[in-house]
Ligand binder design. Structure first.
Ligand SMILES: *Cc1c(COP(=O)(O)O)cnc(C)c1O
Length: 372
């Protein structure tokens, strides 16, 4: 056994291989279905800006050359967008990478990191990898309990993670509460606010968290090109932070972490604000459609500010998800996310949303007939 030769690092004992939402290719192979829609991983159903393709042609010519290590052009563009300096940005191989870098830099054996019980699983994984201890605070109706999280901070606490909107519930914390929280987290505790779905939020409910990084040097804001910008497969996201935190992260970052295509594509995607606006608009319409239908059926869900919806069922989410797959629709079963009896559905195109809803209604009808 290989495990005899290589005894497992203690930090890895609790970890499991990441189980992603099933890729379309896999379901096609397994079920022999032709038209499959994937509403499982919160990807953008409208793809990405057509302008990105032109930019990739240009990067293609340079295929043999390493990319720039800190993506200076992109950092500069982002600094103009958010009114900061390029030294406030770390560009990552997805924002996932920045989560890992932070845990690597700030978590030592026995340190604690506070996070919601029912949030993005990478926080916990990255903390475990460094020998730290995740302290999980229950959500209230799917929403972060900021007060309890504040109260959980002690002398062992090194990091706090807030996912806003929260994946997988889609809920947000109020602007005022978030601001108060930022003001009250001790300066020696790194506060990470993960805003992967920032662009989907309405302006009225959105706190301009990036404006706080100058005054609060312990604050890191995470954003990504994987969601509304539709570049999930290129792997590019960023952190906004105090330049001193940045220089620490740059010590451990892989030199060529974000590739040439990703950097170019992100730069281009930022220019096409009409694309982003239209995705946001269509997402809102899809969300409203689904919520109205669920309301009519008397089915509950968490109120979402993102591009997905968590639906609360009276039966196993896994079993509903399996029935949906047979109809060629991939959603995420809540069980794997720590929410039994739920499914998480990404908002699709209009036709995808209708197809999902038709299939879902059929399944629910079947379930009711079984009971009677
Ligand atoms: C999708 C997502 C990310 C983004 O991951 P990338 O590595 O940038 O693709 C980060 N945080 C949350 C909560 C997400 O849902």
């Amino acid at each position: 056994m290989v495990t005899h030769l290589f005894p497992l690092k203690k930090e890895l004992e609790r970890l499991r291989e990441y189980k992603a939402g099933k890729p379309i290719e896999e379901v096609k192979r397994e079920l022999g279905l032709e038209t499959i829609i994937k509403l499982a991983s919160n990807e953008n159903p409208f793809g990405c800006s057509p302008k990105v393709q032109e930019a990739l042609q240009e990067a293609f010519i340079q295929l043999a050359k390493y990319p720039e290590t800190t993506a200076p052009e992109l950092s500069l563009r982002l600094s103009q967008k958010w009114g900061l300096t390029p030294e406030h940005f770390v560009i990552g191989n997805g924002s996932d990478e920045i989560i890992r870098l932070m845990a690597k830099c700030f978590i030592q054996q026995g340190d604690e990191a506070i996070m919601a019980d029912g949030t993005f699983p990478r926080y916990e994984t990255c903390v475990y990898m460094e020998g730290g201890k995740p302290v999980k605070i229950p959500l209230i109706q799917g929403v972060h309990d900021l007060e309890a999280m504040q109260n959980a901070i002690n002398s062992k606490t090194r990091m706090v993670f807030i996912c806003n909107p929260n994946n997988p519930t889609g809920t947000i914390v109020s602007k005022q509460r978030l601001q108060t929280f930022i003001e009250h987290v001790p300066k020696n505790v790194l506060l990470v606010i993960d805003e992967a779905y920032y662009e989907y939020m309405d302006d009225e409910v959105k706190l301009d968290t990036h404006r706080f990084v100058e005054k609060y040097p312990n604050l890191v804001v995470l954003r990504t090109f994987s969601k509304i910008y539709g570049l999930a497969s290129l792997r590019i996201g960023y952190g906004i932070m105090n330049p001193q935190i940045r220089s620490i992260l740059l010590k451990v970052k892989d030199p060529f972490n974000s590739n040439r295509f990703a950097q170019k594509a992100a730069l281009c995607a930022l220019e096409d604000w009409q694309f982003v606006e239209s995705c946001k608009q269509k997402n809102q319409e899809g969300l409203t459609f689904l919520q109205n239908e669920f309301d009519r059926m008397g089915i509950s869900y968490f109120s979402s500010h993102a591009n997905f919806l968590m639906i609360l069922l009276h039966e196993s989410g896994t079993s509903v998800a399996e029935k949906l797959v047979r109809d060629g629709i991939i959603v995420r079963a809540g069980e794997v996310l720590g929410f039994p009896n739920t499914i998480r559905v990404t908002i699709g195109t209009e036709s995808e949303n209708h197809r999902f809803m038709d299939a879902f209604k059929q399944i629910m009808k079947g379930a009711n007939e079984d009971e009677n």
